[in-house]
Design a protein around this ligand. Sequence first.
Ligand code: SF4
Ligand code: SF4
Ligand code: SF4
Length: 267
Amino acid sequence: MIIFKQEKPTLAIHKFTSCDGCQLALLNLGPDLLELAKLVDIKHFAEAGIVASEESVDIALIEGSISTRSEQQRIQRIRQTSKYVIALGACATSGGIQALRNISNAEAWLASLYPDTSVLDSLTTSTPIEESVRVDFTLRGCPVSCQQLIDFLLQLTQKIKPKPIDHSVCQDCKRNQTSCVMVTKQIPCMGPVTQAGCNALCPRINRGCFGCYGPTKQANTVALAKQFKNLGMSDKDIKNSFLHINSHSSAFSTAANSINEDDSSHE
Ligand code: SF4
Ligand code: SF4
Ligand code: SF4
């Protein structure tokens, strides 16, 4: 059951390591954002010029991953002072593109740029919010979809528990009656293994999905890797398809790790 401390729920948007794109998705709501402001009392949204980061709130939207020691401490404080914590976007839900450092030599990268790395706050990992604190809801995507975000907040403010999405992008393609770009144009598409939420945006504009919503439940990455191989992709490119924005997600990292770049087992 959804319960708020205030009759008009209070809301904060906090930024961690990110590109700000998910906050911009919220700003881009335009007139809908003004409608939203009637439903919630926005206490902290630095991107929109409202700053009160220490306020205790009902709903805390978190953009970004944990990649510094100070962020590790800040997320603990936010968890303690927020009724519902919502991880927003690929950075917050899977570590984002900056999680590529998790499978690289991050210390060597830093040492190649800075003469004294001891002064840096940076961690050698970038991790999703749920690896640091309990998360109540997640909204995926890079960036999150404006429509999905507004629908989610409308449900929450009406005290309706938002349902998680667990179908693939392919299913939305079928519902939209979009021609499959992989079948009709031989364009590699991550849609079969990617969670829906964007209303199959990329195939609708004749582009393959690159998996920005992360893996769907029961993603058959082995079958998709075989299909990519049939389309003429190299093992390296297939591996990189899984190691893109959601490289820290278990299903995609397992898929990438199972591909040996000299391996012909996908042929
Ligand atoms: S999920 Fe994508 S758009 Fe959102 S903050 Fe991270 S990099 Fe930017
Ligand atoms: S275009 Fe991609 S997402 Fe759409 S049906 Fe084909 S494989 Fe699935
Ligand atoms: S189609 Fe794929 S890459 Fe494009 S927005 Fe949707 S999930 Fe992201």
